[in-house]
Design a protein around this ligand. Structure first.
Ligand code: DX5
Ligand code: ZN
Length: 222
């Protein structure tokens, strides 16, 4: 059984106290930074300058999730800003392989994301190039939505394909609706990296929730 990673999303944190909200989750593995442009998704979040400040402030590595159209030029900027990992959407990219390689050349891990309606076959050929595959378990755009259990066959399909890779295997991330209950389902279906927004920030004790989520994911895999 491998490592299980918890990535708190600050999307629904209190944006008027952003830095202290970030500090509250410093026991997590990665800080998940959702970037939205109001074009690829009907919502807007942090501009590039704010993202740079968040990345500079965070004590833990930052996992930038770009929900933007035309990510092929912009993705590398988030790597240069110091993200440990940069994930962009396959549906929005003209040349995913080129962008994956640019992110890596800039020193970050490269992730590729797919929306619920996109099949695993859309990214299968690129799997061995990736450091992480993100399978969305909600329609991207907003926190606090319900986990889509109908994505689990796709997750299992991806997990099986990843097992067949010799050498560096990409992490398998899920994002959307992760709770103490749904993390078990996602971990049993093969995910090893879990984004959680509301579950962590709506809990009375975020640090405790991070550790409970991690324990639940580990138990699910045993
Ligand atoms: C949704 C974002 C998620 C979101 C998750 O488009 O990509 O990262 O913050 O929030 P919860 O955990 O509340 O579903
Ligand atoms: Zn996200």
């Amino acid at each position: 059984m491998g490592t299980m990673r918890i990535c708190p999303s600050i999307l629904n944190a209190d944006h008027s106290h952003l830095f202290s909200e970030i500090d509250r989750v410093s026991s997590a593995d990665l800080l998940h930074l959702d970037i939205m442009d109001n074009i690829f998704v009907p919502n807007i979040t942090f501009d590039f300058e704010t993202s740079q400040r968040i990345i500079a402030h965070s004590q833990i590595p930052v996992d930038s999730h770009l929900m933007i159209h035309n990510p092929d030029d912009a993705a590398v900027n988030y790597a240069h800003a110091g993200s440990a990992s940069v994930t962009f959407h396959c549906e929005a990219s003209q040349n995913p392989l080129h962008t994956i390689r640019a992110i890596k050349a800039a020193g970050a891990r490269a992730g590729l994301a797919i929306k619920p309606a996109t099949p695993f076959s859309a990214v299968k050929e690129l799997l061995h190039e990736l450091d992480m595959l993100l399978i969305m378990t909600v329609e991207p755009g907003f926190g606090g939505q319900k986990f889509m259990a109908d994505q689990m066959p796709k997750l299992r399909e991806a997990a099986l394909a990843i097992q067949e890779i010799c050498g560096n295997r990409p992490w398998l991330q899920v994002d959307g609706g992760i709770t103490l209950e749904t993390i078990v389902i996602a971990a049993q279906s093969g995910a090893d990296t879990f984004v959680a927004g509301s579950a962590i920030y709506k809990s009375a004790n975020p640090a405790e929730m991070i550790s409970s989520l991690k324990t639940a994911a580990h138990f699910a895999r045993e």
